[in-house]
Design a protein around this ligand. Structure first.
Ligand code: ZN
Length: 142
């Protein structure tokens, strides 16, 4: 479930692959969808609506939105780069836990190792900031 959300937060890889073909000119959502091999809805609702991909300030009379191909590609590359950096930054260090309440990496004073119902060992501790219970599941190599 975790990896799914990370993937979803990144841009569709097609944007980085086929985006190179886009020229410094205006495209409609439909045209982009065909060039990039992604659904028009993905471009309209996700990229533009939710992630703020750049669009041209004026729509045409039909209310169609135009997107500059080169700008979109550069935006996608930047978005992907930031995503990778964030992922790197989000990696926990050996002694860190993620507190879901504080949305921060924290280092508790102490922790105990427990076993989940499914037999996976995890570290249990309390957040030094808010006192919430925090768990960290151990990877196989730990
Ligand atoms: Zn906390």
């Amino acid at each position: 479930m975790k990896s799914k959300s990370i993937r979803k937060e990144d841009v569709n890889p097609n944007l980085l692959i086929y985006g190179k073909r886009l020229k410094d000119m205006n495209y409609t959502v439909q045209e982009l969808s065909e060039i990039l091999g992604v659904k028009p809805r993905y471009i309209r609702e996700y990229l533009i609506g939710r992630k703020g991909a750049p669009v041209q300030p004026k729509a045409n009379l039909k209310g169609q939105v135009f997107i500059n191909g080169k700008e979109l590609y550069e935006w996608a590359v930047e978005f992907h780069k930031k995503k990778l950096e964030k992922k790197e930054k989000n990696a926990l260090k050996e002694n860190e836990f993620l507190c879901c309440h504080c949305q921060k990496h924290v280092v508790p004073e102490a922790f105990s190792v427990e076993m989940s119902a499914s037999g996976t060992p995890f570290r249990k501790a309390f957040c030094p900031i808010c006192g919430s219970r925090i768990n960290r599941y151990l990877k196989k190599k730990d």
